[in-house]
Design a protein around this ligand. Structure first.
Ligand code: NAP
Ligand code: MG
Length: 477
């Protein structure tokens, strides 16, 4: 087992925090407590924000772009050297299959590389203002930024908030989810070992209610970047309104997967189960509503179910495992409530629905048919391995049903007809869409939602803009 980071990370080192309450961490694959991590308190938020503010004013804000670039590249290199350790920590705390955990640790490093390179390519404009003279814009850092991240992709999501915020010249207080503090703490440790000055990144595990609220309402936090539930996102927006704090929110989804009869539908059917069941369905981009053109509905379902049955569910430490356990007993209970509702409402279970193993919070990938479009399973984000498939007849009704959702995060369209692909891609109300693919996340491209899936964007240059204030300077001739 790798060494477990169990203390708050403040001012460039692990804190002496033995007096703090500690949160037990449970391995979701075994249900065994394997360590306890210090839980920050509101007073720690004050310490962290003050130290971050000092680090910003006394150097990070004014560091030359070249030096900042060098430090962030060093952080990326350090993360790459520790991919295996990061992957093991992620697997232990949330039950993520080890191969996925390794990929995601690598993705975190790539995010730091992208933003290290972006620093010297990110600037303002000169503008030909009508009164003459000289006018230019500056992108300026904000100060201290809070990043509040969830437990489903703990390490990459932490990186894709921290890296652009630091690249833009801010200092960051990172609050991981209570279930997944280990890789966030390790990020703090490794980043400082790679040369990040003390205080530039603080890591505060602790409960959302206590630490989260204290961060969101802290007067010196200039921006809150959040990924998680729509419910908490709404609360953050309300609290942030008091002092007009900048926010970006990446929230839930109920994403469509649309398959037309002219598509390479066999390839779509083979690949679609992992577009919803990957990470055991705990994915805001999960394609949990599948719309299939009626003429191919029956053979598509058959092939989809066959591919689902072939998925390897089990011990996340095994290289070939594709689906680990759900993250917690509570998360599985919440998903099982949806399954009970589906049974009561008369939905058909094409496969799945049961617990495959006696120990660990496992649940079979579950394929539902005949789900009424008013049912909870159709309308709400389940955040577990459950999908509903439905036939459609014409494009107009399809689009109306696809967009009849409060969410709008991601989606896929499968067709060989280019004009149809482009027409549908434009009409679907979502921030991210893929054609003949299930890929949602690209480090270089903006990621985020329409409607109640959030506001603001992670990743790409859009994220970096979101961690700056835009200033216009006019110089008279
Ligand atoms: P959540 O409560 O929104 O948790 C996300 C993050 O917000 C965690 O770090 C959490 O800390 C923190 N938080 C909780 N209450 C807060 C508050 N009042 N102020 C500031 N931060 C706060 O999500 P969850 O309860 O873990 O999961 C519930 C559901 O949310 C899931 O079933 C799923 O539908 C959705 N979800 C979506 C995503 C996504 O990627 N969009 C990710 C996770 C969950 P604690 O862990 O300490 O509570
Ligand atoms: Mg919660």
């Amino acid at each position: 087992m790798p060494t477990l980071p169990t203390h708050l990370f403040l001012n460039g080192r692990y804190a002496d925090d033995l007096a703090r309450r500690r949160t037990p961490l449970i391995n979701p694959a075994t249900e065994a407590v394997f360590t306890e991590v210090a839980a920050a308190e509101p007073a720690d938020v004050e310490t962290a924000v003050s130290a971050a503010q000092k680090a910003w004013e006394s150097g990070w804000r004014d560091l030359s772009p070249g030096k900042r670039t060098e430090i962030l590249f060093n952080v990326a290199r350090k993360l790459r050297e520790h991919i295996e350790e990061l992957a093991q920590l992620e697997m232990l705390q949330i039950g993520k299959p080890i191969a996925d955990a390794r990929d995601e640790a690598g993705l975190g490093a790539r995010v730091f590389e992208f933003y290290a390179g972006a620093i010297t390519k990110f600037g303002g404009q000169t503008l030909p203002v009508s009164r003459g003279g000289f006018d230019f814009t500056l992108r300026q850092s904000m100060g201290v930024v809070a990043a509040i991240v969830p437990w489903n992709f703990p390490f990459p999501i932490a990186c894709w908030k921290v890296a652009p915020a630091l690249a833009a010249g801010n200092c960051v207080v990172l609050k991981p989810a209570s279930l997944s503090p280990l890789t966030a703490l390790k990020l703090g440790e490794l980043a400082h070992a790679a040369g990040l000055p003390p205080g530039v990144l603080q890591v505060l595990p602790g409960s959302g209610a206590a630490v989260g609220d204290a961060l969101v309402t802290h007067p010196r936090i200039r921006k809150v970047s959040f990924t998680g539930s729509t419910e908490v996102g709404r609360r953050i927006m309300e609290l942030a309104a008091r002092d007009l704090k900048r926010i970006s929110l990446e929230l839930g989804g109920k994403s469509p997967n649309i398959v037309f009869a002219d598509a390479d539908w066999q390839r779509a059917a083979d690949s679609s189960p992992m577009s919803v069941f990957a990470n055991t369905g705990q994915d805001c981009c999960a394609r949990s509503r599948v719309f299939v053109e009626r003429s191919i509905f029956e053979p598509f379902v058959e092939r989809f179910v066959q591919a689902t049955r072939a998925l390897k569910v089990g011990d996340p430490a095994q290289e070939e495992t594709q689906l680990g356990p759900l993250v917690s007993a509570g998360q599985r209970a919440s998903v099982e409530e949806y399954l009970t509702d589906a049974r009561q409402r008369g939905s058909r279970f094409a496969c799945g629905g049961s617990r495959p193993l006696p120990k660990g919070w496992f649940l079979e990938p579950t394929v539902l048919l005949d789900v009424d479009k008013k049912d909870r399973c159709w309308r709400e984000e389940i955040f577990g391995p459950v999908v509903a498939l439905t036939p459609f007849d014409d494009e107009a009704t399809l689009l109306q049903e696809v967009n009849d959702s409060p969410y709008g995060l991601s989606g896929s369209v499968w067709t060989q007809n280019l004009s149809r692909a482009l027409r549908v891609a434009r009409a679907v109300e979502s921030g991210v869409l893929s054609i003949n693919s299930h890929s949602s996340v690209h480090v270089e491209a903006p990621f985020g939602g329409f409607k109640q899936s959030g506001l603001g964007r992670d990743l790409g240059m859009a994220a970096m803009e979101g961690y700056t204030e835009l200033k216009n300077v006019y110089v008279a001739e």
